[in-house]
Design a protein around this ligand. Structure first.
Ligand code: E4P
Length: 215
């Protein structure tokens, strides 16, 4: 499974890249707003750090606006993936931009038929949002399994990018459900490498060694 980081923070992206585990980045308008930076400038900075796919979301909600913005984002760097919403206009924009050779990420996917439709329109990635479904008492992880089954039934090449991951349990369940990619916040990426038995074991090894041989 590929690992993307879900952030617009350059510092977090650099730290994850330094860990040697980073395959790509997803951003969205809320994440950019949190950073308070120019979207185009930040995307260019991210693409200098990361070679893998960097999702750049359009702000427009109509077809024409999405095409204009998407083409603009695509010029920033070769690894830009244009992020479009799972709406009818997003579907049409997905078809046009995919036909032009751009890679697209269809975001805000909350039910399996949206995923089937965007795959038919040529999406490179689909982003089912797990956490936001859990928030309304629906099983977000079930959606990942359903999309996996549909895509496998018909050999659809669109990659499942599990999004809205809130904690390590989401992360591991995505891997078990067969998501192609998980986009994970920096906090969760670091959380998974902490285990009390690792920390205690390391402490004990060092204590035993120092007791026998001194420091
Ligand atoms: C994905 O591309 C989105 O940016 C993200 O995963 C949304 O997560 P949230 O529901 O925690 O805001």
């Amino acid at each position: 499974m590929d690992l993307y980081i879900d952030t617009a923070s350059l510092d977090e992206i650099k730290q994850a890249a330094d860990m040697g585990v980073l395959d790509g980045v997803t951003t969205n308008p809320s994440l950019i707003a949190k950073e308070g930076v120019d979207y185009g400038k930040r995307l260019a900075e991210i693409c200098e750090v990361v070679e893998g796919p960097v999702s750049a979301e359009v702000i427009a909600t109509d077809y024409a606006g999405m095409i204009t913005e998407g083409r603009h984002h695509a010029k920033i760097a070769d690894n830009i993936v244009i992020k479009l919403p799972c709406t009818i206009d997003g579907l049409k924009a997905c078809k046009t931009l995919s036909d032009e050779g751009s890679r697209t990420n269809l975001t805000l996917c909350f039910q399996p038929l949206q995923a089937l439709m965007v795959a038919k329109a040529g999406a490179y990635l689909v982003s089912p949002f797990i956490g936001r479904l859990d928030d309304i008492a629906q099983d977000g992880m079930e959606l990942i399994g359903q999309i996996r089954e549909i895509y496998d039934n018909y050999g659809l090449p669109t990659k499942i990018l599990a999004a809205s991951i809130r904690h390590p349990l989401h992360f591991v369940q995505c891997a078990l459900a067969g998501a192609d990619v998980a986009t994970v916040p920096f906090k969760v990426i670091t959380q998974v490498m902490h285990h009390p038995l690792t920390d205690n074991g390391l402490e004990k090894f060092l204590a035993d060694y120092n007791k026998a041989f001194g420091q």
